[in-house]
Design a protein around this ligand. Structure first.
Ligand code: AMP
Length: 288
């Protein structure tokens, strides 16, 4: 496994690499969620590239960037064990040189609702800018993103389509702990009691899914169920929404597949999660 710090080194290493090239961009502090993406990339490509870069431009909350966990030696060990061929771990100055003045701006509901509304529009502009830079540097055949950050994947797909970038974006399922909590680098910041309470997050999403399976289609009623499951554990809701999985338009009636997405705070730690839900298919009339 090679570890490179500059775009020039990366291009030199990848010039002779066997294609297809699969790419998994991360901010490090690797956990099982990241490893599941790496396994998918490993099984479908001759060369696997992992990037580790805590991207300052997507952090919009004071202190969040400094508090973000970093452990490159451990990440390197995990990457090697996962069969990664090349780790790209640049310093901020490599991706944001002096005088940096170019931003990839994404507008519309896909970028301005939910996480965009909660964190400010600089968040997805920061994500879009760094992802485009990384895709240009790595030039992968396929890049892998987690459904855990569903809106991020939607924004990335929009950017790739709009800029005509020659890369396939593959969405990988959310990896969860045994109690259903989505794996996240932020979970390490939870106090033990808050980690226990966090199990109410997948429970709330499951309650909404079960109610849809039971025939409830009204979003207002479904959201009330979800909110009360979170309130039962004293979890503060930043948003809980039922939206179209492609446009992120609000859906009032669950008569087609939807995305149920939320952001909450548990003991001061901000967590996001989501699930896709499809309403039950009505039984076809007899004789058809
Ligand atoms: P991050 O390092 O948090 O920016 O995440 C890097 C990539 O890993 C993103 O595409 C995330 O969606 C994905 N990811 C993070 N957590 C999970 C998870 N629990 N399951 C699946 N993918 C994940």
């Amino acid at each position: 496994m090679r570890v490179v710090r500059t775009i020039a080194q990366l291009r030199a290493v990848l010039a002779g690499a066997e294609r297809p090239v699969g790419f998994v961009p991360t901010m490090g502090a690797l956990h099982e969620g990241h490893l599941s993406l790496l396994r998918t990339a490993r099984s479908g490509n001759s060369t696997v590239v992992l990037s580790i870069f805590v991207n300052p431009t997507q952090f919009t909350e004071a202190g969040d960037l400094d508090a973000y966990p970093r452990d490159e030696p451990r990440d390197r060990e995990l990457a090697a064990a996962a069969g990664v061929d090349v780790v790209f771990a640049p310093e901020p100055g490599e991706l944001y040189p002096d005088g940096f003045a170019t931003t990839v701006g994404v507008s519309g509901r896909v970028a301005e609702s939910l996480e965009g509304a909660a964190r400010g529009r600089a968040h997805f502009d920061g994500v879009a800018t760094v992802v485009v830079k990384l895709l240009l540097a790595v030039a992968p055949d396929t890049a892998y993103f987690g459904a855990k950050d569903a809106q991020q994947a939607i924004v990335v797909r929009r950017v790739v389509a709009d800029l005509g970038l020659p890369v396939r974006i593959e969405l990988c399922p959310t990896s969860r702990d045994p109690d259903g909590v989505a794996r996240s680098s932020r979970n390490a910041r939870l106090a033990p009691e808050d980690r226990r309470r966090a199990a109410a997050i997948p429970r709330a999403l499951g309650t909404v899914r079960d109610a849809v399976a039971g025939g409830e289609t009204g979003s207002a009623a479904l959201l009330a169920l979800g909110r009360s499951a979170l309130a039962a554990e004293g979890i503060e809701v930043e948003y809980l929404a039922i939206v179209d999985p492609e446009t992120l338009d609000v859906v009032d009636e669950v008569d087609r597949p939807v995305l149920v997405a939320l952001a909450v705070r548990v003991g001061g730690v901000r967590l996001i999660d989501n699930i896709g839900i499809a309403p039950p298919v009505p039984p076809s009339p007899r004789g058809e």
